[in-house]
Design a protein around this ligand. Structure first.
Ligand code: SAH
Length: 339
């Protein structure tokens, strides 16, 4: 059975055409799907005959809300969604002045093995389909009843390890007949799968690419991120410079501050030298304590000192504000507990 949300819009048009449907049918159905219809029965402006035809080969996929938490501090909403096969993923909706931002997952689990991360502890189960990635936005928006305007692909999984489905998703979520979320309002975060960064540059999509760098040299990065054994920092930075050059889109870097590991003044100076000349922004994230991991964050004073050192060296750096701290909104932790 086919999930119609796994088609890109033009493929949906083709598919419906092959069933003998008129051209406008694709827009009609796509719009219902993106508004969170849960069955063909809800699509009241489509004839019963067409619906019956669709039901023979296809289905309307849904996501079940298995758990939901709302932060009393800042309104952050955290979902544990259950997929049709019983697997679970997490999505988080955050309230910013400029609107609602959703953080979505790209895989069930992750095989990247970053030492500080909760999502990778059980390894990779499977990729999410394009429809499952889109459904997180559709069903969170439907549940909250307000428009979601921004997306960060920073939940469970490595998006560049599920490349084709992510690209399909980006096209569909951007389609004006559906959710119509601007690509400039979408951020994709990667641990640095170098060859796929070049592929992404060729798509020429005006999304924001952010790199989980977390260290200024191979020695430190190698101890916390296994991907660094495959692609050295110099190769990663080269890919970033090339991405910036060919797309004109500035890259940003995430840097989780781990006390005593990567947060010295010397580390800040080395980081500034490494990313010089790219106009890149650095997002500092005080590391979140994960039960199975030994890493701790430094004091607020140490965190601010790292930021100020970067700024003094001409790097645009900010410390990420923590949202949803009362509902453990950082990803991976909820799914792990349920497993
Ligand atoms: N796989 C992608 C996206 C998911 S992780 C990536 O690696 O970018 C989103 C961000 O949260 C990444 O920068 C990741 O390194 C960071 N992260 C994961 N666990 C963390 C923790 N315990 N504390 C702080 N940041 C963490």
């Amino acid at each position: 059975m086919i999930d119609l949300k796994d088609f890109e819009f033009n493929e949906l048009e083709e598919y419906l055409k092959s069933m003998g449907e008129p051209k406008f049918r694709a827009a009609q159905i796509f719009s219902w799907l993106c508004r969170g219809a849960e069955s063909y029965g809800e699509m009241t402006d489509i004839s019963k005959k067409t619906r019956e035809k669709l039901e023979k080969e296809t289905y309307v996929s849904t996501l079940k809300i298995r758990e939901k938490y709302v932060s009393k501090l800042d309104g952050t909403v955290k979902y544990l969604f259950e997929l049709p096969d019983g697997n679970c993923i997490e999505s988080v909706v955050m309230r910013y002045r400029h609107g609602l931002t959703i953080c979505i997952s790209s895989q069930v689990g992750c095989r990247m093995g970053c030492r500080f991360c909760a999502s990778t502890i059980g390894g990779l189960y499977r990729n999410l389909t394009a429809g499952e990635i889109l459904n997180q936005v559709i069903f969170a928006q439907k549940d909250i009843g307000e428009r979601i305007s921004n997306i960060v692909i920073m939940g469970i999984g490595e998006p560049l390890d599920n490349y084709e489905n992510i690209i399909k998703f980006l096209h569909n979520v951007n389609n004006e007949k559906g959710l119509n979320i601007g690509l400039r309002h979408i951020t994709l975060s990667t641990c640095g799968v170098v060859p796929v960064i070049y592929d992404l540059a060729r798509e020429n999509l005006p999304i924001t690419l952010t790199i989980s760098l977390h260290a200024p040299n191979d020695e430190i990065r190698g101890t916390i991120m296994p991907i660094n054994h495959k692609y050295k920092i110099s190769e990663l930075i080269e890919a970033c410079r090339s991405y910036f050059k060919s797309t004109g889109r500035r890259i940003s870097f995430e840097y989780s501050l781990i006390h005593g590991v990567n947060d010295s003044a010397e580390n800040a100076a080395e980081l500034a030298r490494l990313i010089k000349g790219m106009g890149a922004h650095v997002n500092l994230i005080p590391v979140n304590k994960v039960e199975e991991r030994e890493y701790e964050k430094g004091s607020q004073k140490e965190i601010n000192a790292f930021r100020d050192k970067l700024i003094s060296l001409g790097v645009n750096a900010t410390v990420r504000r923590e949202l949803g701290s009362d509902i453990s909104a950082s990803c991976g932790q909820l799914r792990k507990r349920v497993l």
